[in-house]
Design a protein. Structure first.
Lengths: 304, 662
């Protein structure tokens, strides 16, 4: 049962990921007093893009086409590593958190190169900002897991999440709260959400992720949309896994609790996006460095 | 050992033959090239033999030098460092033949084989020397040969200046080594390394002095901040295959010296580890930040060498800390990470410098703002450069990721130690390494994106041509090695055990036990890599199938409705890096001169940026000017009259006699 349950995390991620942006957009529409798109709209969008042809810029090369594919497969490989709360992932080993960071970096590098392949100033701008913020987010991500490793006494995702029980939470309450805040900020940064980036803006000059994929169309765009949902799901399940320490070793109950947690996180991000405006670009680095500092403080608290 | 001696002989003979033959058409170049390839191949075979069987080879020749017998020894550590020396030498020789013939045909270029081959022979000599005198002799051959490579295009004033900077830097470093070896030789009464280690292990205070001297002397050669200033001057002006050999192999010899010295010093002190971690962290972060600000491709790569030396020292620092505080797991993993990164860096930095040479050869510029769109004109060079860029950034599934994984692994092992100090060291290593790899990704997205993607920014770039076959072959071998080490990581790490054993002074068996968990993790990682590659192929084919038979359009890229974009409107290297260089201005100290367009009918506008090295500008240049002024004061005793100098000599002799009789 336990070993069979290990296929649940990647399966859920691959099938249910587009629900997250669906729920998120629904929440934003509700707060704004609109009906909003259907919950399954992201699926419809992906399917529609898959049925289309494609248009390519004059100067683009194979890099432009290959970029989204690399990003997608890096994230699919990452689904093998990320546990779903108490449900273990198919693969777990010491240092897997480093491999996860490496896969995220690979996907980002591929996306950025695909954007630079167009030679467009707008996409260059998006690529530059993405790399700037990612360079600061990567140490913050590792720092958060350094603290969790110190608390859990292991540096592998499955043991970390299984070691964090309500008792551990109570014992290390301030530290784990700080780490959770870091992870929440990283979910927003890595997925280009408000207040770092506004996915609904209509001005190319202010965008980050959306402007990098301006020229992709057809199946390439479908891949990009799907990969974005997958990334939101993976990072979201790390945060929710930390915040939901109730593991009763029953995959069905654990899975249901986690799904509820993911839905709540989607609602929460929707609320954040409704309540906040995007930061000015010069403020974003401070926001990310601030996130890292939270975890650094948390580390000092568990050091002695 | 016979292979080693034959290698040195072939290298020197080939190089020496190139000089008299340099005027005879192609023969001079061929002699030098043949000597380099044959000698290095023989030497490489010998080094692999030592590593494969684990037998240390040793040779003591008679006392033809003062201070006792000459002692050569190739143990696994030495053989390990011979791999990048001889391996890169073969490839740069293959590449160099075509590169030189296309660049500066005739007399001058053939003569460069002599310093190139002497450089290889000198590096091999340093690594194999087991006594202080031979070591210093080989060190000077290695240190002086690049001067003649850097000054290759000596008609240009900046080139002469760069060569001068190199010469000054290398001699300052050597001065510390001279003091180190004289000090040890005086205490030990012999110049043999075995005698050194006896006195060093007996006297911890002497050990600390030796550590500091070695750190400065070897660090200057390796390029640690602030002794890095010669790298961005010397590497860009040398022929590219020479830059590849200097950056890929020569600066590693500085690390070799440090590791060899540490192995002689016995049990280290914790503060040595902390010092190495601090220097590694500052070199790593500052190196990559300076690289971000550059817009000359080879200067950018030179600063990345500073960064990678920092990563190597972070690993070795963790290892030394582990040895000093009695944590074998940390020691073994730290040294393994640092040592593996040495080989990895030679591979991808060699590849990137050769790629930069191909760009210069094909598009006649290294200035990023004049390049662009080269991937379509130079597809093979571009693809090889992309592999090198992804590897140096530490992306899966390539070799750079493996050594960085080991470093992170060592860091996490440190974090889990109960002692808060060790945990902090682990935390520092992980966070610094994360920052370095994030910034390096930004820098190489810039370097590859601006040079190879988009559209050409100059006519020369639009008319670029692909490199010749031998140049492509050399790059292809290095690119394939990046993939092989990435996918064969568990085997490579197991093979490191003997080398780590020499560096840490522990038994190879216990080292295998300490490495086993990391190897188990890497085994699964490699399976994930294979899944990743297979998935990429599957998704790529599925995507192609979906698109088959559909309408595929071509058109201008989206420019907010503007339909006539020109290449000059593209994002530039400076604009790409600007957010980061502004944020880290405190360290980068980029100087900008900007006069924006003003008024309704603006006439002139300009922007210029100077990314010169702040350490050179703010530390070394004033220091040397001050020194020059002080020394200039001595001019008062110089008149140019022989009889005055004879008087000086006589006065000195009288003074000495008087002093001796006291």
């Amino acid at each position: 049962m336990q070993s069979l349950a290990a296929i649940v995390p990647p399966l859920f991620a691959l099938v249910l990921a587009p629900l997250m942006p669906g729920l998120l957009n629904r929440t934003k529409a509700f707060v704004a007093g609109r009906r909003g798109p259907p919950l399954f709209q992201p699926y419809f969008d992906i399917l529609k893009c898959l049925r289309r042809g494609a248009v390519y810029g004059d100067v683009t090369t194979w890099i432009f086409r290959f970029g989204p594919v690399v990003n997608l497969v890096a994230l699919i490989a990452a689904t093998l590593l990320v546990p779903f709360g108490g449900i273990r992932s198919p693969v777990s080993f010491s240092g897997d958190v480093v491999v996860l960071a490496g896969l995220l970096a690979l996907g980002r590098f591929a996306t950025v190169l695909a954007a630079l392949d167009t030679g467009s100033s707008f996409e260059g701008m998006g690529a530059s900002r993405e790399m700037h913020f990612a360079a600061l987010a990567e140490p913050a991500f590792l720092l958060a897991f350094v603290v969790l490793a110190r608390v859990a006494g292991a540096f592998s995702l499955v043991p970390i999440f299984q070691a964090i029980t309500p008792t551990v939470w109570l014992a290390a309450l301030p530290t784990l709260t700080l780490v959770a805040m870091t992870l929440l900020i990283l979910v927003l940064v890595e997925n280009s959400r408000v207040p770092v980036d506004d996915p609904t803006t209509h001005l190319e000059l202010t965008m980050i992720h959306e402007v990098m994929v301006l020229d992709h169309s057809g199946p390439d765009l479908a891949i990009i949309h799907y990969a974005a949902a997958l990334k939101l799901w993976l990072l979201g399940s790390l945060l929710v896994g930390l915040l939901l320490p109730l593991h009763n070793r029953n995959p069905i109950l654990d899975g249901a609790a986690m799904l509820l947690g993911i839905a709540t996180l989607s609602l929460a991000i929707g609320m954040i996006e409704s309540a906040m405006a995007r930061y000015r670009l010069v403020q974003v680095p401070q926001f990310i460095v601030g996130a890292a500092t939270l975890s650094a403080v948390g580390f000092i608290l568990v050091l002695v | 050992m016979p292979e080693f001696l034959a290698a040195i002989l072939l290298l020197v003979l080939g190089g020496a033959a190139a000089v008299p033959l340099r005027a005879r058409g192609r023969w001079g170049g061929l002699a030098g090239q043949a000597g380099a390839i044959a000698g290095s191949a023989v030497g490489l075979a010998g080094a692999i033999r030592v590593l494969a069987f684990g037998h240390t080879q040793s040779l003591s020749a008679g006392a033809f030098m003062p201070g006792g017998a000459t002692h050569l020894q190739i143990d696994p550590l030495a053989a390990f460092f011979l791999l990048p020396v001889f391996g890169l030498s073969i490839l740069t020789a293959i590449y160099g033949g075509s590169y030189l013939s296309g660049r500066n045909a005739g007399i001058e270029s053939a003569a460069t084989w002599l310093p190139l081959n002497l450089l290889t022979a000198g590096m091999a000599g340093v690594v194999a020397a087991h006594d202080g005198l031979l070591f210093l002799l080989a060190w000077e051959i290695m240190a002086l040969s690049p001067f003649f490579l850097v000054i290759f295009e000596d008609r240009q004033a900046p080139v002469r200046h760069a060569a001068w900077t190199y010469l000054a830097a290398t001699h300052l470093g050597t001065a510390f080594l001279l003091v180190l070896f004289v000090l040890l030789g005086a205490r030990a009464g012999s110049s043999d390394f075995e005698a050194y280690t006896v006195v060093l292990k007996a006297d911890p205070a002497l050990g600390s002095v030796a550590f500091v001297l070695a750190l400065i002397g070897f660090g200057a050669k390796a390029g640690i901040v602030p002794a890095h200033v010669w790298l961005p001057e010397a590497h860009p002006v040398a022929p590219s295959h020479a830059s590849a050999l200097m950056s890929g192999a020569m600066i590693k010899i500085g690390i070799y010296g440090l590791v060899r010295m540490l192995s002689l010093l016995g049990t280290p002190q914790p503060w040595w580890g902390w010092t190495l971690i601090a220097i590694g962290a500052s070199s790593g972060v500052l190196g990559v930040l300076f690289a971000l600000a550059q817009h000359d491709l080879k200067r950018l790569l030179a600063y990345h060498s500073v960064e990678n030396i920092g990563i190597i020292l972070l690993g070795i620092g963790l290892g030394v800390l582990g040895l000093a505080t009695g944590m074998p797991a940390l020691a073994v993993l730290g040294f393994a990470a640092g040592l593996l990164h040495i080989v990895n860096h030679s591979i991808f930095k060699g590849l990137l410098f050769l790629g930069a040479g191909a760009v210069q050869h094909g598009a006649h510029s290294l200035e990023l703002e004049e390049l662009g769109g080269l991937l379509r004109r130079m597809p093979w060079t571009g693809t090889a450069f992309l592999v090198g860029a992804a590897a140096i950034v530490g992306l899966p599934p390539l070799n750079g990721f493996i050594s960085e994984f080991l470093l992170f692994y060592a860091g996490f092992v440190g974090v889990l130690q109960p002692a808060p100090v060790t945990a902090l060291a682990g935390l520092a290593a992980i966070v610094i390494m994360g920052l370095i790899s994030g910034l390096a990704a930004a820098c190489f997205a810039k370097a590859f994106g601006i040079v190879f993607l988009g559209s050409p920014r100059s006519l020369a770039a639009a008319a670029a041509h692909e490199a010749e076959r031998p140049m492509l072959a050399a790059m292809a071998v290095l690119a394939v090695l990046c993939v092989i080490i990435g996918l064969g990581a568990p085997l490579v790490i197991s093979a490191l055990a003997d080398v780590v054993a020499v560096a840490t002074g522990a038994a190879a068996g216990s080292i295998r036990a300490q490495l086993a968990p990391a190897i188990a993790s890497l085994l699964i990682t490699v399976v994930i890599f294979v899944v990743l590659i297979l998935l990429a192929v599957v998704v790529w084919l599925l995507r192609a199938r979906r698109l088959a038979g559909r309408r595929i359009g071509r058109g201008p890229v989206w420019g907010c409705g503007y339909l006539f974009p020109s290449p000059r409107m593209q994002y530039t290297a400076s604009s790409f890096a600007q957010p980061l260089t502004t944020q880290f201005h405190l360290f980068v100290r980029n100087r900008e001169a900007f006069s924006p367009p003003q008024g309704y009918f603006p006439r002139a506008a300009s922007y210029a940026s100077d990314s010169g090295d702040p350490w050179l500008r703010l530390l070394f240049a004033p220091t040397f000017r001050w020194f020059d002024r002080i020394v200039g004061q001595l001019n008062v005793i110089q008149h140019g009259h022989i009889h005055v100098y004879v008087l000086y000599v006589a006065a000195t002799l009288v003074a000495l006699l008087f002093w001796a009789s006291l």
